[in-house]
Design a binder for this molecule. Sequence first.
Ligand code: ADP
Ligand code: MG
Length: 878
Amino acid sequence: MGIVEEFLDLKEETDADLLAMQVGDFYEFFAEDARTVADVLDLQVSEKSAHGSSYPMAGVPVDDLTPYVATLVERGYRVAVADQIEDGADDIEREITRVATPGTFVDVTGADARYLAAVVRDETWGLAFVDVTTGQFHVADAETETDALTELHRFSPEEVLPGPELRSDDDFLGALRERADATLTLHEAASFAPGKAAHSVREQFGDGALDSLGVASDSPAARAAGAAIDYVAATDAGVLASLTRLQPYRADDHVELDATTQRNLELTATMGGDGEGSLFATLDHTVSAAGGRRLQAWLTRPLRDRAELERRQAAVGALADAPLARDALRDVLGDVYDLERLASRAAGGRADATDLLRIRETLATLPEAADALESDPDLAASPVSEVLDGVDREAAEGVRAELDAALAADPPKTLREGGLLREGYDDELDELLREAREHEEWLDGLASREKDRLGITHLQVDRNKTDGYYVQVGKSETDAVPDEYREVKSLKNSTRYTTEELEERERRILRVEEERGDLEYELFDDLREWVGERAEALQRVGRALAELDALASLAEHAAANRWVRPDLVDGDDLEIEGGRHPVVEQTTEFVPNDARFGDGRRFLVVTGPNMSGKSTYMRQVALIVLLAQVGSYVPADSARIGVVDGIYTRVGALDELAQGRSTFMVEMQELSRILHAATERSLVILDEVGRGTATYDGISIAWAATEYLHNEVRAKTLFATHYHELTALADHLADVANVHVAAEERDGDVTFLRTVRDGATDRSYGVHVADLAGVPDPVVDRSREVLDRLRDEKAVEARGSASEPVQAVFDLESGEVKTGAESQPATGTESAADGGEADGLGSEAREVLDDLRDVDVNETPPVELLSRVQEWQRRLDE
Ligand code: ADP
Ligand code: MG
């Protein structure tokens, strides 16, 4: 069978996107696959002809496959690898030995967690999240689809295995695609079946594993876990060994943060999609890969458990107050390698000598880290020191000592050619090393011995690949060479010889080298297995070091930015004095602001001109609460925070238009979800919600949502709105209060003070600006009058010249313009009530013109203007 046919046959066997097939010293991709990889990897495509047709072909050297596969996998491809199986005879057989996929590939380049997720829908939802690079394995329940999506967004998996029942659920799949940039893989439906799945979990984690987590063996969570294990085994059975521990993940332990909120608060990426400028990027002073991973996990999974949070706070505080010890600790942690990953590699049998060296070096930091903590008595007495309590220091020291005794100082990357292990580690190896040394000494002395014996000056002993060992004599002295010298090769100025004795030595040297290579490989493999058996203990060390790094990072940031420890309470207090936005304060002269909830203040309506700082203020409050529930210090002078069960934010669709992300429909769906999901213990941030539709719709929705949140949900809420009408709610609803971001006019310029004050904005602010801008006095006066009427009556009459009768009533309550009964187009004056077609424009066109006239260009953000223009064009087209 030809190579290409074999390739195509193997391709049929696998669901993978691409196949790399070994052909001698290369892995080759053919046909479509060749084109794809050539594009992604920037490889040369050649042509391979088979049976009269010609196929594109691209290949990579056998030893270089891993980095190429890593790139493909990181782009979301699943790559099957077919290896040559030598069967002794001349026939070369090939079979698929493993499949590298985004969620199961171990040799990744970055430090980020890489999760494989499995999702099952039954009456409730079950999820499993597996990071094969670190051995993390979480199982979780979720009540609803939205909850499931929230967790999927939180873990941000690389690859998702939807259960069979979800594969025709377009809504779910659509939402998943929108939220997570993951490869979707349809793994064998049978692996999700309750019996089979529970069996897979038992095989991997032991009989009692599910019970001990309180997970029923036929639950959706168990089914997800089983399917994930089965999939990992199917792609590369060797990887299973790195999965050492099943951990429950309870959404209830965490602050609910739906996908939109995670994005709005820019926890790990800005709205624009950049990592830089995110909360994580601002706070991250970690010095190790695992520490960064841990901090990121903390920020996306804030906690509700006050005791645990206070433990973290105390640790952060102690580290913040001990700068010298903290520096020492961070110095030590800067030298650690990614132990969770390295231990996984050892457990999976994939670690090389460098990996084991790195494990050794990392373990060596453990006592140094402990010393750094003990160097400060306050630190030693704080919960920081408890972090290392969960670590089996003796076991760690045992592994370190064993690796120290075993490994050579500078081992090669190859495992079969010796040089990995140290003398004194193994008797048999020592014997081989001794023999090798003896041969070496004999060889070293050979040249001078022969020079003396034969009286030849130009004589040297050397070795190369083709000639083996030889004695080389200069051409002028070849006459002095004795009989037992046999010529091997003649060069221009010299001749090479060998002797029986030298050949005998060579045979012995080669045998020793070979035996040494084999023995070292065997010993190394045993050592690696021995380390792999201790993977769980090592991963625990890795996690402890990561935790210390994350705590030290929070302490570092707190100390450098004058953050304070928030007071966590069980009630629903929320009082922040001198609060700042953690990200904005880094780049701006930030004006601190208070936030106070309490009696008569559960729902704050935030008003203020555009660009005054409303959005910043509300996000700052949300981020301070979030940071408090990470266990971090917070950017404020003081804060007293009742632990919340969820943070919900929604930004009006218009403000999101720039990203092309949102529609009014989505805005309303999310508002609906908040109204359903938020509780009395939640914090809700609504930013210009309702703005995405016509004014009266928008006000009505905002009004009703406010009433509902205030009366039914009772969540602590901040609602920024440009609908000034909402400020009236404070008079009617007991717990609604107004605050505004102050702005001031000086010498005709508006100055934003960035200060949040109680009460609504001065409503004549806009009129005042109009006055300053030189709008004619009669107009300004009339504006004031209209404003007063609106305030009092919510309705105002439109009028023509002073003598004319009323023509229309602008009724805010009904949101309609009523034509007055007595209105007559007595003069040529145009008005909204003028139904005539005299100007040749349709009524739609005239409404558009009216809208256009009404736009305040100085007060409207460009994005909104853009969307209005689009809207007008659409209306004119109709
Ligand atoms: P709004 O939502 O009212 O339109 P934003 O919150 O978007 O206003 O803020 C507008 C600008 O003001 C932003 O560039 C922001 O960085 C800045 N800003 C907001 N609050 C403050 C503050 N307290 N101190 C300093 N600058 C601020
Ligand atoms: Mg805003």
